[in-house]
Structures are given as C-alpha cells and as structure tokens.
Design a protein. Structure first.
Length: 150
C-alpha cells in the first residue's frame, strides 16, 4: 500500500482498508478519535500506527498476530493497574509491536534499548534547524503579480 505525500487526500480504497484494520482491532473503542477518525496526540503515535499497518500490509506479519499481541498488552496493563491514570492506547500498541517483531527475530531488544537510550540522551532539537524569524516584506505595488520580488 503506497500512501500519498503528506497533506494530500488518501485514496478511498486505502482509507477503507485502514478503517477495516482499525475496526478489527481489539479494544478499538479505546482508540482516541476526533470526529470519528483515529486521532493521534503525538507524532510518534502516528508513526507507530503507520509502521504496524505498513508491515502487516507488506506481509511481515499477519494482522491477527498483531491483534493478539495487542490484546495481551492491554490485558497485562489492566491487570497491573487499578485506574486509567497513565493509560495510553499507543503505548500498548508499541509494546505489542515490539514484542511481535522481537518474537519474529525482526527486532533485537538490546539494540532497541541501546538506541532508545542514545535518542533520550540527545538534547531536544539537536538535529533540527532553527526557524527563520526574519520579517517578510511585501511591496504593495507588485503584490499579486505572480512573480518573485527582485
């Protein structure tokens, strides 16, 4: 499944496939939603969602295998916690994905831990360029002519 570039409309057949996958998920009523669509509060959540759905679509694992790991992850969290404080559907999602990929030999837990520690030790925005905050000038007599200003 090839997705369009960001901010473009997802083709109906891709959207329907993703909606079917989400509908088949265990505990899908707990997936955060906005206006009926799956919602993500953090960039890593949408990345985790995309990784799992793309890998399943590419045949790396059967979607039912992922569903089973997700059920086990949610049940383990529920048995260890008395309230919903600290609950995150996508934390369970990542836990399930890591377990499944580890069991299949596609992910080495020690390497994941090492790289996670490396990322967490890196100061925020180290690899990001600072935003340009220079003023923008508009020359009223040439505005809207459809060519760049000289």
């Amino acid at each position: 499944m090839t997705l369009p570039p960001m901010n473009e409309v997802i083709p109906p057949e891709v959207r329907e496939r993703l909606e079917r996958l989400v509908d088949e998920l265990p505990y899908n009523e707990e997936i955060p939603r906005r206006s009926g669509d799956v919602a993500f509060n953090h960039a890593w959540e949408i990345r985790a969602f995309a990784i799992a759905t793309a890998m399943a679509d590419d045949g790396a694992f059967d979607w039912r295998e992922f569903q089973g790991e997700l059920i086990r992850s949610v049940q383990a969290w529920e048995s260890d916690n008395d309230s919903t404080t600290g609950w995150s559907y996508y934390d369970r999602w990542m836990e399930a994905l890591e377990k499944l990929l580890g069991d299949k030999g596609m992910l080495d837990a020690e390497e994941l831990d090492r790289r996670t520690a490396e990322v967490l030790a890196t100061p925020a925005n180290t690899h990001h360029h600072p935003p340009a905050r220079e003023p923008v000038a508009i020359v009223p007599s040439r505005a809207g002519e459809g060519r760049p200003l000289e």
